[in-house]
Design a protein around this ligand. Structure first.
Ligand code: IMP
Length: 193
């Protein structure tokens, strides 16, 4: 089954494709002729996922899904949250975001944080929402070179290593996006029986 995933981020694409398995073929917006950046101007993760999925559905008329993820740090009142991509700058500057997060967490004892992913699927025009959460904490230096974004600063609960020190499979098994995508897959498999 072909389904459009609203991302041109190669890392995310391969993470999600690995969880979806062979029964589903992901198609990118670019492959459907949608070249422009898809707007995400809502003030919640769910709102952004819905906005991106709707945008693609209106342009292509095909079933599609979009995700939005935020890192929610307890001591920072849930920041960077929905602003995770543009925490330090206007662009997706992972290094600058990590530097700013480390600075804002200097001397902070409560390091609790979680990644949260919201997925919006549009199937035959109808919306379905799925969520995935992983709890953990923010360490005080960057560790590891796998993954992307805040991975070098985030240690999931029950582990001594950051996401950036894990293989893609290990991360997918427990990650926010892995969990949300498995819920999406369970739903799609049930529908396509
Ligand atoms: P997006 O909604 O998936 O594009 O995520 C927004 C921002 O959250 C990204 O630019 C990253 O900074 C961060 N992010 C999302 N997913 C992850 C992840 O799995 N690991 C680390 N950072 C992530």
């Amino acid at each position: 089954m072909k389904i459009i995933f609203a991302t041109n981020n190669a890392h995310k694409l391969s993470e999600v494709q690995a969880v979806l398995g062979e029964g589903f073929e992901l198609v990118t917006p670019r492959q459907c002729g949608v070249e422009e950046e898809i707007p995400e101007t809502a003030d919640t993760l769910e709102g952004n996922a819905r906005q991106k999925a709707r945008y693609l559905y209106e342009r292509t008329g095909l079933d599609c899904f979009a995700d939005d993820t935020g890192l929610e740090v307890e001591a920072l009142g849930g920041a960077p949250g929905v602003h995770s991509a543009r925490y330090a700058t206007d662009g997706h500057d992972f290094a600058a975001n990590n530097r700013l997060l480390l600075k804002n967490m200097e001397g902070v004892a409560n390091r609790r944080a979680r990644f949260r992913t919201a997925i919006c699927l549009i199937e035959g025009g109808e919306e379905h929402l799925f969520e995935g959460i992983v709890e953990g904490h923010i360490i005080d230096h960057e560790a590891g070179s796998e993954g992307f974004g805040y991975d070098p600063l985030f240690t999931p609960e029950g582990f001594e290593r950051t996401f950036a020190e894990m293989s893609a499979e290990e991360k997918n098994d427990i990650s926010h996006r892995g969990r949300a995508v498995r819920r999406l897959v369970a739903y799609l498999q049930e529908r396509n029986k």
